[in-house]
Design a protein around this ligand. Structure first.
Ligand SMILES: NC(=O)c1ccc[n+]([C@@H]2O[C@H](COP(=O)([O-])OP(=O)(O)OC[C@H]3O[C@@H](n4cnc5c(N)ncnc54)[C@H](O)[C@@H]3O)[C@@H](O)[C@H]2O)c1
Length: 476
């Protein structure tokens, strides 16, 4: 098994060898021609920070001394980018980042993620504003407009109408049911996950083919598609020699939930569509994302991103930080040797921009592994414990029965050089990021419902009868 210790230096060495990204702002006249507000060209918008109402002195001090600001430029040259799933965790941060960088952005989302929270009795730890209020606040602060198309991409009539109105030059597709535990709650959610994800993606492929065949599709997949093979994980394709003959084939994928399998089906469908219809498609196999603030979302509380801590939608590091902040033992599943690729949400938004700016060739799907470091679950829990101590947190770590059927100790070495080659400069996970995330969690800790922290279901217990909230976890 390889953890972060061996992986980090490799990534950093690679990083040093790569050229820095340049984001030179064009002249004002050029920007006007591109439809980008000249007043905001190359400017830095600053917002007076609010004083936190939280009783936590640490958080109050941290928030009160911050002066959030954001750089606006026109490097995106007014390119029209449709962000599907733009009300979600990665999509919202990405939509703002692209808008700040001078792309013309529209969000498409059916807001179903908010509905699932309501149905299950969950909520983001951070108080998220409605999407309408979010985009209005962004315009008020920056002068930049983000279009809004509220609807379901599985509804092709809606998709067609919105598509023809906006006519994107690039589409970033985040709009799926993205939780493995949700897909394993019961039969109904398993079927829903696959229908929503697979048919939504097919609809987007048809929209591109019919209405704008030059549009570049950037689709979010997950590193989880690869599973944990006992060989190195390549970026999408594997050179194979078999019975004396050689070929380069899609890397074998071993999804570990109906959610992961839906993404694998997407990847296969996209390879087919790229080849058959000569489309430009990039599949980004993203690692687990952590963090909450980006330059843009930190500008004002109305722009704050969601931060999930429940066992269904919360992801490893974010969950651990919140557990530490609310004085709940960190819940490591099983032995905690599960190793995965991780990245900061500030790198997610940059990776997407790099993918948009470097389109795939026509006819062959490009695959990039989008993570910056490897960590085991135990390493992350240990880091949160260490960083929590100076903040006065007595962080405890406990092992709970693993709800997933997965290897808890295994070999793991995944490649991630393609985005670094394009100029990604990663934010590596260190004490400072964990410290700032802990402070956000402490600021909003009164919003945490402790009942939602322990696993709500397990893989063996997924059955045909509907899973209701508050139900006892069925045994595997
Ligand atoms: N968050 C992570 O750590 C992570 C890791 C790897 C990959 N990913 C992938 O990145 C993407 C975004 O993840 P996220 O964490 O932002 O998820 P999220 O649930 O926060 O956001 C997804 C958004 O898509 C919308 N959506 C879902 N189905 C839709 C449909 N049929 N029509 C229109 N909108 C729809 C939801 O309402 C939601 O706003 C997903 O595809 C996920 O698989 C996320």
């Amino acid at each position: 098994m390889r953890g972060s210790v061996s992986a980090k230096p490799v990534a950093r060495q690679q990083q040093r060898a790569h050229a820095k990204m340049s984001a030179a702002a064009p002249r004002a006249s050029q920007a006007r021609a591109m439809g980008v507000g000249a007043a905001s060209l190359g400017s830095r918008v600053q917002v007076a920070s609010r004083v936190a109402s939280s009783p936590s002195s640490v958080a109050t001090k941290a928030v009160a001394t911050e002066k959030p600001s954001v750089t606006l430029n026109a490097s995106g040259k007014g390119k029209k980018v449709l962000v599907i799933g733009g009300d979600g965790y990665c999509g919202w941060a990405t939509a703002l980042h692209l808008s700040a960088q001078g792309y013309e952005v529209a969000i498409m989302d059916n807001l179903v993620r908010r509905l699932w929270d309501q149905q299950l009795g969950y909520d983001s730890l951070t108080p998220i504003a409605s999407i309408q209020k979010r985009v209005a606040k962004w315009k008020e602060l920056t002068g930049r407009e983000i279009g809004l198309y509220i609807g379901d991409i599985c509804d092709f009539e809606f998709l067609t109408e919105a598509w023809k109105q906006f006519m994107p030059e690039a589409v970033v597709h985040f709009g799926e049911q993205r939780s493995a535990p949700y897909s394993m709650l019961d039969r109904e959610r398993a079927v829903f996950t696959q229908v929503n994800n697979v048919s939504g993606t097919i609809n987007v492929l048809y929209a591109i083919k019919e209405f704008s065949p030059d549009c570049h599709m950037v689709k979010l997949g997950t590193m989880g598609e690869y599973g944990t093979p006992n060989i190195d994980i390549e970026e999408g394709y594997l050179d194979v020699e078999h019975n004396g003959r050689k070929d380069t084939l899609p890397y074998p994928k071993q999804g570990n939930s109906f959610y992961h399998l839906s993404k694998i089906h997407d990847s296969t469908n996209m390879i087919f569509a790229a080849k058959t219809w000569k489309l430009r498609i990039t599949d980004l196999n993203q690692g687990v994302v952590y963090g909450v603030k980006t330059e843009e979302t930190a500008l004002d509380e109305t722009l704050i991103n969601r931060l999930d801590y429940d066992s269904v939608f919360g992801t490893a590091l974010n969950r651990f930080v919140i557990q530490a902040a609310v004085d709940h033992p960190i819940t490591v599943y099983g032995k905690g040797g599960q190793t995965r690729g991780f990245l900061d949400i500030r790198d997610t938004v940059r990776c997407i921009r790099l993918a948009i700016d470097n389109p795939a060739d026509v006819g062959a799907m490009k695959v990039m592994n989008q993570f910056t470091e490897l960590f085991s679950v135990n390493e992350l829990a240990g880091l949160v414990k260490k960083v929590g101590a100076p903040l006065g947190l007595d962080v405890k770590i406990t092992s709970v029965p693993n709800p997933r059927i997965e290897a808890e100790e295994h070999y793991y070495n995944a490649k991630n050089s393609k985005l670094l080659d394009l100029g990604l400069e990663p934010h590596y996970l260190g004490d400072a990021l964990v410290d700032s995330l802990l402070k956000v969690a402490m600021e909003y800790k009164d919003r945490c419902d402790h009942e939602l922290i322990l696993p709500a279901n397990n893989w063996g217990g997924s059955g045909v009868s509907r899973h209701f909230v508050g139900q006892k976890v069925a045994s595997a």
